[in-house]
Design a protein around this ligand. Structure first.
Ligand SMILES: C[S@@+](CC[C@H](N)C(=O)[O-])C[C@H]1O[C@@H](n2cnc3c(N)ncnc32)[C@H](O)[C@@H]1O
Length: 164
C-alpha cells in the first residue's frame, strides 16, 4: 500500500471515500454508528461466544471472513482504518448472513485503550504496514503503547499471531 508523505493520520478515510462503490457507500452509511468508537462497549453484551478473537488492520477481511464462517461459535472482532476494507467485509457479512463478526473503523489504539482487561483469547496482526522511514515510525501499529494494551486485554493463556 502506498501512502503519501503528508497523509493525515486520523483523517485518512475522508480523502479515500471517492473510491468506494455505490454498494460500499450505502452499507457504510447503514452501519456508520455500529462501526464507531461509541459502539465498542456493545461488545460487553456478547457473552455467548466460546472464544473472542481480534484482528487489527484486517485489510479487506479475507481471514476474518474465513474464520467467522468456519468457527460460528467464536466471535471475531476487526479494527481497520481502511474504509473500503470495512465496507467490503460488511457486504460479505450480509451475503453470508454472518452474526459472529463485529467491525470497528478507526485507529486500533483508540479501541485497544477502551477494551476490557483479560478479555481476548487471540489477537491477529497480519502484515502490518512497515513504515520503513524513521519519520513515519510513529504510525506503526506495533509500538510500546499497543503492545502494553494488547498484553492487558489478552487472557492469561491468550495468544498473539503476528506475520511479517
Ligand atoms: C499492509 S495492510 C495488511 C492488510 C491485511 N492484514 C492483510 O494481510 O492483507 C495493513 C493494514 O493495517 C491497517 N492499519 C494500519 N495501522 C492501523 C491502525 N493504527 N488502526 C487500524 N488499522 C490499521 C491498514 O489500513 C491496512 O489495511
Amino acid at each position: 500500500m502506498n501512502y503519501s508523505d503528508d497523509f493525515k493520520f486520523k483523517n485518512y478515510f475522508s480523502s479515500r471515500n471517492r473510491s468506494l462503490t455505490k454498494d460500499q457507500k450505502s452499507i457504510l452509511d447503514f452501519y456508520q454508528e455500529k462501526v464507531s468508537l461509541e459502539s465498542f462497549s456493545e461488545l460487553d453484551q456478547l457473552n455467548d461466544y466460546k472464544n473472542i478473537s481480534l484482528e487489527i488492520g484486517f485489510g479487506v477481511g479475507d481471514i476474518l471472513l474465513h474464520n467467522a464462517l468456519n468457527f460460528p461459535n467464536n466471535l471475531f472482532v476487526g479494527i481497520e482504518y481502511y474504509k473500503k476494507g470495512i465496507a467490503q467485509l460488511l457486504l460479505n457479512m450480509e451475503k453470508h448472513n454472518l452474526k459472529n463478526i463485529r467491525l470497528f473503523y478507526g485507529d486500533a489504539l483508540d479501541y485497544l485503550k477502551l477494551a476490557k482487561t483479560n478479555y481476548l483469547d487471540e489477537v491477529l496482526i497480519m502484515f502490518p504496514d512497515p513504515w520503513p522511514k524513521r519519520r513515519h515510525w510513529k504510525r506503526r501499529i506495533i509500538n510500546k503503547d499497543s503492545v502494553n494494551e494488547i498484553s492487558r486485554i489478552l487472557k492469561l493463556n491468550g495468544r498473539v499471531l503476528f506475520f511479517y
